[in-house]
Design a protein around this ligand. Sequence first.
Ligand code: SF4
Ligand code: SF4
Length: 288
Amino acid sequence: MKIAVASGKGGTGKTTVASSLVSVWNAPVIAMDLDVEEPNLHLFLKPEFTGSRIARMEIPEVDQSLCTLCGKCSDLCQFKAISLMGEILMTFPEMCHGCGGCIAICAEKALRPSYRELGEISWGQAGKTDFIMGRLRIGEAMSPPLMREVKKKLNEMQLDAPKDVITDAPPGVSCPAINAVMDSDVIVLVTEPTPFGVYDMKLAHEAFTPMNKPMGVVVNRAGLGNSEIYDYCSAKNLEILAEIPYERSIAEAYASGVIISESSDKMKQLFLELAEKIQQKAGEVRRG
Ligand code: SF4
Ligand code: SF4
């Protein structure tokens, strides 16, 4: 079972929910942080890292002595990452998506593979929980290629003994967020009852709906704002799976790096019930 914890905007408590779910999950689980631009799940789960590797992406390098300036590669590239500039063929590595098409099409063998560093993948153990995360290289603009590498490592970890996966997804509704939730069985949308929270959650709901996956909402800081989020969920038949109250003790636990479900019996019970509801949602899908 794969659970993606997502949100339309940052700062809603997505990592709070993901870490707490991992803490109460009643089956072997892998915690995966795909918020590679700003990973912070490890700050709560505090894993002991056992390995890491630099992730790279293949990009073309030109041998100008072999290039006949035919232009086939630059015509092919949809991203303008390789381009004829007068009498010279230029590459723009930061714009390359690593499809390899230009290398394949060059009959002169004037393009050979080189590499661009995407970032680092790290893995380890947080108690009984397996942990994996990616961290994007500073200056790297594209996170989906690194996210794909993190998922490859996840598949390696799953080979011996498949486990459930709880993913901390990137916030927003652009490519990284879609990429993070597309493999999941259930999407948990974390929001807060403020005008920004409602607006961004609507965007996320609309962006994820075409994937036809079961979704539910966790309202964080419940009691803070107005009823708009509840009206929207009711109108869209979107189940509110849990409400995390707007309380000083919870904010203090968060600020201290404490997993919220471990901060009190009340919070533990709240997240146990949330985990059960998520498992029921996944089960409903499996039963069809
Ligand atoms: S396809 Fe090959 S030969 Fe033609 S412009 Fe590109 S690199 Fe040069
Ligand atoms: S690998 Fe693909 S994206 Fe990169 S320059 Fe070549 S054709 Fe363009």
